[in-house]
Design a protein around this ligand. Structure first.
Ligand code: FES
Length: 165
């Protein structure tokens, strides 16, 4: 005949067994969710809930030799002196700090490790290993649009990267 103490031990053992199984299933589900997120990332994650094609505005709103920040899209729209457009990621190509535009020097100085980029995003001072990433610019009906879904890595600035009206 089982004592009350024996019955408690069996009950505790059964409870712990069930608890371990529940924790095991939860851990397996969590692992599957992490692997699933890695293998099938959500589209447009860069823009976090916003449409990937961002309307920057009419061409006339951007004067030549100007830089306009679009913090919601995490990029700068650069209008070069010749009227062409470039959209530059505001994320430093070194370790990802946000680079500010310095109107005084016409450069992007990174506050983290002192990399400096020129108006086309080219590296003037390392440690940044490559220029600021590009975003695709299109001009439709006189309106500048920027695709925020894709960041294009490049090794240097080339004139073919500029979009003209
Ligand atoms: S993150 Fe910009 S220089 Fe290091």
């Amino acid at each position: 005949m089982e004592s009350v103490e024996d019955t408690r031990k069996v009950g505790r053992r059964r409870f712990l067994g069930v608890a371990w199984k529940v924790l095991g299933v939860a851990a397996a589900a969590e692992f599957a969710a992490v692997v699933g997120t890695y293998l099938w990332p959500r589209k447009g994650k860069e823009g976090a809930g916003e449409a990937p094609l961002l309307e920057a505005g009419p061409v006339a709103d951007f004067t030549p030799a100007s830089v306009t920040a679009f913090p919601q899209g995490r990029f700068y729209l650069v209008r070069l002196a010749d009227g062409g457009f470039l959209a530059l990621s505001s994320k430093c190509s070194h370790l990802g700090c946000t680079v500010p535009w310095d109107e005084g020097t016409h450069r992007f100085p990174c506050p983290c490790h002192a990399s400096v980029f020129d108006m086309t995003g080219d590296v003037l001072s390392p440690p940044a290993p490559r220029p600021l990433d590009l975003l695709q610019v299109t001009i439709e009906g006189g309106v500048v649009k920027v695709d925020t879904a894709k960041r294009i890595q490049r090794t240097r600035f080339e004139p073919s990267q500029v979009t003209y009206l």
